[in-house]
Design a protein around this ligand. Structure first.
Ligand code: NAP
Length: 282
């Protein structure tokens, strides 16, 4: 029950009505029996600074940040955690008595699905298809896990090159065109193949990154960070070629669980969050 003592949490974005965060967060809050309430808060870009000041004045314990505010919010905070700074995006803000700290939990959500399956990446090669906003968190997570080389396989290598250079102080990040021979060589040796493009996402479910499965290491684990549909064409093809696979549900629930942990100190029930997510998507 919401009372005068209930602490407020939320998610800011524009638009925000589509957000699944209220569903997964309130499911975990209920399961844990803690006194918090989480709501979706529509914030237009021109109102971001006023919204941050308002949330602070209203003593919100914290909030998630989604498109289009993930980078724009950074200068409005008192502190930004190192990972969020390097990734260049804040998805979680914690309000400690008026001091606002920004974090990025997307990379933890991404890595959680690999860690729970005991996918060992230290010294290995990972190939990412696409090099956009979500790829930044993925690259950071993989480099933190000791991945020897992260290969960005893209349609436009010149566009992805600056991203590879930006992350090069933290590990080896290279770029190739995804239909070139060089890319086939990387696919042959990779332990992990990740789709970070929107290709195959609802409603364009027949779209798929151009992967020649005969060139992919048969032992590679295949990950699609898309979660609608639950099985993209990319994941279906990977599964049909004998690869172990995972979709983006656990990443989405996982970033939420890490955020809730930062606000409340509890270890949320990830399974309960995933179940709520799946029900909402169904
Ligand atoms: P983004 O910033 O727009 O980046 C998309 C990347 O895919 C870019 O490298 C882009 O290449 C490439 N791409 C886009 N359309 C393409 C096409 N038609 N053909 C070839 N390449 C194409 O998007 P994002 O924010 O990174 O999100 C990507 C996907 O991840 C979305 O489906 C999103 O829903 C999903 N996601 C999931 C989670 C989760 O928690 N599971 C979290 C974040 C995002 P160019 O630069 O050449 O355009």
């Amino acid at each position: 029950m919401i009372t005068g003592k209930t602490q407020n949490l939320g998610v800011i974005g524009w638009p925000i009505a589509h957000s699944l965060s209220p569903v997964i967060q309130n499911a975990a809050i209920k399961e844990a029996g803690v006194d918090y309430n989480y709501t979706a808060l529509p914030v237009a870009p021109e109102n971001l600074a006023a919204a941050v000041a308002g949330l602070k004045a209203l003593n919100y314990r914290g909030w998630n940040v989604t498109i289009p505010h993930k980078a724009a919010i950074m200068p409005l905070l008192d502190e930004v955690d190192k990972a969020a700074e390097i990734i260049g995006a804040v998805n979680t803000v914690v309000n400690d008595d008026g001091r606002l700290t920004g974090y990025n939990t997307d990379y933890l959500g991404f890595m959680g699905a690999l860690n729970s399956r005991k996918i060992e990446l230290a010294g290995k090669t990972a190939v990412l298809l696409g090099a956009g906003g979500a790829a930044r968190a993925v690259i950071w997570g993989l480099l933190q896990a000791g991945t020897a080389e992260v290969v960005l396989a893209v349609r436009n290598p010149a566009k992805a090159q600056p991203l590879a250079e930006e992350f090069s102080p933290y590990g080896k990040v290279t770029v190739c065109h995804w239909t070139e021979d060089l890319c086939a060589e990387q696919l042959k040796k990779c332990s992990l193949l990740v789709n970070t493009t929107p290709l195959g996402m609802t409603p364009k479910v027949e779209a798929c990154p151009p992967v020649d499965w005969s060139t992919v290491n048969p032992a590679a684990f295949v990950y699609d960070i898309i979660y609608t549909p639950a099985e993209t064409r990319f994941l279906r093809e990977a599964r049909e070629h004998g690869h172990a696979v995972v979709n983006g549900e656990e990443m989405l629930a996982g970033q939420g669980a890490e955020a809730l942990k930062l606000w409340t100190g509890i270890q949320p029930d990830l399974g309960c969050m995933q179940k709520a997510l799946r029900q909402a998507l169904a």
